[in-house]
Design a protein around this ligand. Structure first.
Ligand SMILES: O=P(O)(O)OC[C@H]1O[C@H](OP(=O)(O)OP(=O)(O)O)[C@H](O)[C@@H]1O
Ligand SMILES: Nc1ncnc2[nH]cnc12
Length: 223
């Protein structure tokens, strides 16, 4: 399928979507109701992606997880709300679409959640960047330093056709170490990395300064 404009989605995927019962968005900025006889699906999608709602209200901050002193930004609460998640994916699609992407690269594990719906909306391919021992067949790896110790990301050796335009995706940009390693790995297999995109950015950690590609994020926290 050809690339869809911002927020577009394959009709079959939406038509069979389970009805939303949480309804948090209604009365908080959404102007359209459920798709039905009086609101067409196209208008509904349009309203969802142009909505001015603040996605922060759906992201939960959990103190001291996974260790003391860390404020964990939990996207589970955003994903649980079908409308809020739809809006988030619509906005991310609009941000990434201008890069004319051949392939999205999804970072394990929460990056899978943002990249898969986007690849479907953009009509582009999807490849996984995984922790060691997860991908079958020949893989290429890249080792990188963590605060304590090292980690490694792998990609299937034949995942990228050299020169393909690739955008790397995750849920959150913190120090930028994971995205920097992902970009290095993608270049190792011949990708032209044209950008990186995440839902959340923790600005105070300066992660985007470590990256030598354009970065788009939807929601930023300064603390
Ligand atoms: O910018 P950085 O400092 O590198 O941090 C961001 C990374 O940390 C989190 O992943 P985590 O390692 O918690 O794995 P998960 O996605 O499997 O939960 C997050 O999903 C990013 O991948
Ligand atoms: N504060 C944070 N919340 C959620 N995921 C993270 N990954 C790295 N830092 C994080």
């Amino acid at each position: 399928m050809a690339g869809l404009p911002s927020g577009g989605a394959a009709a079959t995927g939406d038509v069979h979507r389970a009805p939303v019962t949480t309804g948090v968005i209604y009365g908080t900025g959404m102007s359209a109701g459920r798709p039905g006889p009086e609101t067409g699906l196209r208008e509904y999608r349009q309203a969802m992606t142009t909505s001015s709602i603040d996605l922060k209200q759906y992201i939960r901050g959990i103190p001291d997880f996974p260790k003391p002193g860390i404020l964990f930004y939990d996207i589970s609460t955003l994903m649980r709300n079908a409308d809020a998640w739809q809006i988030a994916m619509g906005r991310l699609t609009a941000a990434v679409a201008p890069w004319s992407v051949d392939m999205l690269a999804a970072i394990e594990s929460r990056g899978f959640l943002t990249a898969a719906p986007l690849a479907s909306r953009l009509g582009c391919g999807l490849v996984m960047l995984r922790k060691p021992g997860k991908l079958p067949g020949q893989t290429i790896s890249y080792d990188y330093d963590l605060e304590y110790g090292t980690d490694s990301l792998h990609i299937q050796a034949d995942a990228i056709v050299p020169g393909q335009r690739v955008v790397v995706m995750d849920d959150l940009l913190a120090t930028g170490g994971t995205l920097a390693a992902s970009i290095a790995l993608l270049r190792k297999v011949g990708a032209e990395v044209v950008g990186a995109a995440t839902l959340i950015e923790l600005r105070s950690l300066g992660g985007r300064d470590r990256l030598d590609v354009p970065v788009k994020t939807l929601v930023a926290y300064d603390d």
